[in-house]
Design a protein around this ligand. Structure first.
Ligand SMILES: [Fe+2]
Length: 399
């Protein structure tokens, strides 16, 4: 009898482990670039129940499964948040360091008995090797229904993108239910292609202020969902930062607030920039092309610094239209100026605003777009594609 009870308890224990492993799998796994993408990468994921020993296992990829004999393990930090529906979510974050450059790695995330599938990523090169990346304007609305196909088309067109870059308003509200749609839309892509993210106005945290819902100057879910570089402003971590990638300095700004403070930081970061190319991204465009809109604060704060340091390209969102300027310097078309692009990937689209038409090479709306940008030594090649696979806009920059 005593033996039988022990057997039942043991079976119950094993069954519990099996059920838990199947229902508490790692979710929303996403890679982000670090500020040294040639030797490290950031991984963030989530679970419904708390893992006791969260970690990432990784190795250099091999032609068969023999990599499993030489695994490295890195523990993860744990965070949590109660969602809008009252459910608790656990967030885990790890940075894999001391990696070899330009190397294919295999990794999985989880805990002692619960693991994701094995996935792969490639580290950047330390030198100025050619690469390409994909840039998206606001996905924001109806993500499962209408954004899925543009993410998947971008992946079909450019499966070897080094990373994806988002110019803000990733979802309409910073809510887990919308992020459920996001990860259904992008599926495994975020597990193999890292991202650079920009905070838009819709990514800001919503709180009740005097009984009314209001966006505050913080992005709480964002900081838990992603692991982004912290080399920018101390009080705007993971929304103001830069990444040097194979000869290009990518600078990410948060155009929602503290613009003057960011402008000073931008000046400092650009004054010491030794990269061949400079690309800046933020959400609110300097030349607004959405009907009835204008962003004079962004224009006044940032543009004089772009002119001073001859920034090559600025990637923006927010206006739910497409606009690409000629090269602009001191507010005028100039052969030595900066190209400003506003794009939109999601279904929400606005009528165009012709206020700045004299500065624009292209202006359009009611088209879902993604952009593939290639850098090869002294040539930057930009191509914008429609969701149904047509080349929509293109230009080259030579230096
Ligand atoms: Fe926006």
């Amino acid at each position: 009898m005593k033996y039988a009870i022990h057997k039942i308890i043991f079976l119950f224990f094993v069954l519990n482990i099996i059920i838990n492993a199947k229902t508490n799998l790692p979710e929303k796994i996403i890679l982000n670039l670090t500020d040294t993408p040639y030797n490290s990468i950031a991984i963030t994921w989530q679970s419904k129940q708390k893992y006791s020993n969260p970690q990432v296992q990784f190795a250099i990829s091999t032609k068969w499964i023999e990599f499993k004999k030489n695994l490295y393990s890195v523990s993860a930090s744990i965070d949590s948040l109660i969602s809008e529906d009252g459910k608790i979510t656990y967030f885990y974050s790890s940075i894999l360091q001391n990696l070899y450059e330009n190397t294919l790695y295999v990794y999985r995330v989880g805990s002692d008995t619960i693991w994701s599938e094995w996935n792969q990523f490639i580290t950047a090169s330390k030198s100025n090797q050619p690469f390409k990346f994909v840039y998206f304007g606001d996905p924001q609305n109806d993500i499962r229904e209408d954004v899925s196909r543009i993410f998947r088309e971008a992946f079909r067109r450019c499966p070897d993108a080094s990373f994806w870059l988002f110019a803000g308003d990733l979802t309409d509200e910073p809510e887990q239910s919308q992020w459920d749609e996001w990860f259904e839309a992008s599926g495994f892509i975020h597990k193999m292609i890292p991202s650079i993210m920009t905070v838009g106005n819709h990514d800001l945290t919503i709180e009740l202020v005097d009984g009314k819902k209001k966006r505050i100057n913080d992005y709480i879910l964002w900081k838990k969902m992603f692991t982004l570089p912290e080399n920018g402003l101390e009080n705007m971590k993971e929304s103001v930062y830069y990444v040097d990638y194979q000869g290009v300095r990518f600078i990410v700004l948060n155009s929602n607030y503290n613009l003057e403070e960011q402008a000073q930081w931008l000046d400092k970061i650009l004054s010491s920039n030794k990269n061949k190319w400079t690309i800046v991204t933020f959400h609110h465009p300097v030349y607004s092309t959405g009907s009835g809109r204008d962003n004079s604060k962004t224009r006044d704060s940032f543009m004089p610094i772009f002119d001073k340091y001859k920034v090559d390209l600025v990637l923006q969102g927010h206006d739910h239209t497409y606009a690409r300027t000629h090269k602009i310097r001191n507010g005028k078309v100039s052969s030595s100026g900066t190209v400003y692009v506003t794009s939109v990937s999601g279904p929400k689209q606005y009528d165009t605003n012709p206020n700045y038409k004299d500065l624009l090479a292209k202006l359009n709306s009611y088209v879902q777009l993604y952009q593939v940008i290639s850098i090869n030594n002294n040539k930057l090649s930009y191509k914008s594609y429609t969701v149904n696979g047509k080349l929509f806009d293109e230009f080259e920059l030579i230096k």
